[in-house]
Ligand binder design. Structure first.
Ligand code: C5P
Length: 240
């Protein structure tokens, strides 16, 4: 773990593990927005995202969704299964917000029923352009069957996450997930955190996610902390 990272993302570093087929993922305190144009370090932010990711990976595994999560080694570091990542950002939207409102004539907050699934090609130098099935197949990223399987899986994950958030009084507006392959099957990788979801308080409409940082809506760390408090009851109490 003290060695050089295998890969450094904008907010996570990935290291080789001593176990073959496993990796170590460390959630850093960096926060970025707008293709890295805006960036800051928020002490403690990595812990909030790591515990929420671990919580949801475990929640989904229990409900039959294969994920890369194995275990936490400390509050900001997890051991995961090594996957051959597919360079796609799979975005599921229950309400219109963000780029879909900028690009198409939806109004902010408009309910999307059935939910809309969008795939972006993960490439910062190209600003993650939206992609379609033909381009995915032409690039050799996935077969049509695999695309269909990912879409079905993403919608099932949406159903499970939305249900959990609803019970905590939070609307899951949208989220981004990434998948990889392991021994021929599709496995959920990356993270599920406040950096990669839009969450609105059902009563107040307040953002409880990275939009607080993107649009200077207030104290992003306390918004993240409130999500941890609401979705992992006893997390803070349990640490005393
Ligand atoms: O920006 P956009 O509206 O397309 O984002 C949709 C959802 O995907 C948001 O929850 C956002 O946080 C997430 N996302 C992400 N990483 C990206 C792009 C979007 O986590 N590179």
């Amino acid at each position: 773990m003290n060695s050089e990272p295998l890969y450094e993302g904008k907010a996570k570093s990935v290291y080789r593990s001593e176990e073959a087929g496993e990796l170590v993922v460390r959630f850093r305190d960096d926060i970025t927005a707008f293709d890295g144009e805006k960036k800051d370090v928020l002490p403690g932010k990595g812990v909030f995202n790591a515990v929420v990711s671990a919580f949801f990976f475990t929640y989904l595994e229990k409900r039959g969704i294969a994920t890369h999560f194995i275990r936490m080694v400390n509050e900001r570091t997890m051991i995961v299964k090594e996957l051959a990542m597919v360079p796609l950002e799979v975005i599921v939207r229950n309400r219109a917000a963000g780029s879909i409102v900028r690009r198409y004539p939806f109004s902010e907050g408009q309910v999307l029923d059935p939910p809309v699934v969008v795939m972006d090609f993960k490439d910062d130098t190209r600003h993650d352009p939206m992609i379609n099935d033909d381009i995915i197949v032409a690039l050799g990223l996935l077969t049509r069957e695999e695309i269909a399987a990912i879409r079905t899986r993403a919608l099932e994950i949406n159903r499970l996450l939305s249900e959990y958030f609803r019970e905590q009084g939070i609307t899951l507006v949208d989220f981004k997930i990434e998948f990889g392959k392991r021994e021929g099957s599709i496995v959920l990788g990356d993270e599920i955190s406040m950096d990669s979801m839009r969450l609105w308080d059902m009563e107040t409409g307040e953002s409880l996610d990275k939009d607080v940082y993107r649009f200077d809506k207030g104290d992003v760390l306390s918004a993240y902390e409130r999500v941890v408090q609401r979705i992992i009851p006893g997390y803070f109490g349990g640490k005393e």
